[in-house]
Design a protein around this ligand. Structure first.
Ligand SMILES: [Ca+2]
Length: 353
């Protein structure tokens, strides 16, 4: 089932009233109604994999503001649009602050070869491929997480961005929502029954019902959105720089930042993320490398060389970079894929021999 979600059409007159009320309230609550913010000029550089076209950004952007204009792009006429039965904005404001993110409930125990959080880089790890699973080769993967036995995936590119639920074994897209053309999907995470999906330059995070992908509202933030994962008490977000930003699980407000360093040098272009206990696994954009970061210190405690995966692909025609990390704490395995890759690989990550 594929639907198209246009936040401008998520409700009629009642929605407008609710939105106006929430614009007023958002100054306190930090939540905005599901209208798009200012949309930057689409830059396809990242989609086209031009490393020089992506500027590293600082987390010190302008003050976080609500949306002020509406993109002009029209959705495709033959696509089914989502019409929330209730005000998306109001349903998004009431997560239970006492709940614990489901993705971290079964946090993995230390795995063989895990590193002390304070250690300096202890060498390179390699991936051991256990299985190759089908993956939509048209999916420009920007976020991947395993929850409830299925993948949740965010895909990017203007006009083709989506959030989707994907069968782990078959790769079948079980449910999806296509974002409005003005939004470029980025990292996502599932917390407390909600899927939170970043967008690249649109300063908007969509909130979806994890069971139905019905829209529940949006968060707004400053700067770019690249990767997202959640620990027990906070989101971890990347923006293409060497800084990780920690955000409150309920309000999405910034609660801290850390600079990621390796041997004292900043490590930037941090992209898709996966939280495993107190470690953050991060794709480094435009490389086949994943860095393992101690979240509290920002220190890179290991590097994963995933370059061998390219040799495992059934086809390399048209593929883009490695991007997409999901962890299964029960099986103690990772799932790795890339943009436009025809496979997702089930792997173990071990020290290099
Ligand atoms: Ca992930």
């Amino acid at each position: 089932m594929t639907r198209r979600f246009d936040p401008r059409r998520a409700g009629g007159a009642g929605y407008i009233v609710a939105a106006l009320a929430l614009v007023f309230l958002s100054g306190c609550a930090g939540i905005s109604p599901p209208e798009p913010p200012v949309t930057a000029e689409p830059e396809q550089g990242r989609a086209d994999s031009e490393p020089t076209s992506v500027a590293s950004t600082s987390t010190t952007g302008p003050p976080e503001t609500g949306p002020v204009s509406v993109p002009e792009a029209e959705p495709e006429a033959d696509s089914k649009r989502v019409t929330p039965s209730t005000s998306a904005a109001t349903t998004a404001v009431a997560p239970d602050a006492s709940t614990i993110p489901t993705t971290t409930e079964a946090a993995a125990p230390p795995e063989p070869g895990d590193h002390p959080a304070t250690a300096e880089p202890s060498g390179t790890r390699e991936v051991l491929v256990l299985d190759a699973l089908p993956h939509d080769p048209a999916a420009f993967t920007q976020g991947l997480v395993l929850h409830g036995g299925v993948f949740y995936e965010s895909t990017g590119r203007y006009g083709a961005s989506s959030v989707r639920i994907v069968d782990r074994e078959t790769g079948e897209v079980l449910s999806s929502v296509i974002l409005d053309d003005g939004f470029f999907g980025e990292g996502l995470e599932v917390v407390d029954g909600r899927v939170v999906q970043l967008t690249w330059k649109e300063q908007t995070a969509f909130i979806w019902d994890a069971a139905t992908l019905e829209p529940l509202g949006t968060y707004t933030y400053s700067g770019e959105g690249w990767g997202l994962c959640a620990m027990e008490d906070r989101f971890v977000m990347s923006d293409g720089s060497s800084t990780l930003t920690f955000r409150d699980l309920d309000s999405f407000q910034v609660v801290g930042t850390v600079e990621v360093v390796s041997s004292g040098q900043p490590v930037d272009k941090l992209n898709e993320l996966e939280c495993v206990g107190e470690l953050v696994y991060a794709n480094v954009w435009f490389t086949d490398e994943i860095v393992v970061i101690a979240a509290d210190s920002g220190k890179v405690v290991a590097r994963v060389d995933a370059s061998s995966l390219r040799g495992e692909l059934s086809s390399i025609e048209g593929i883009d970079v490695l991007n997409g990390i999901a962890h299964d704490p029960d099986r103690r395995v990772f799932y790795l894929t890339g943009k436009l890759w025809p496979e997702i690989f089930e792997v173990r990550i071990d020290r290099a021999a």
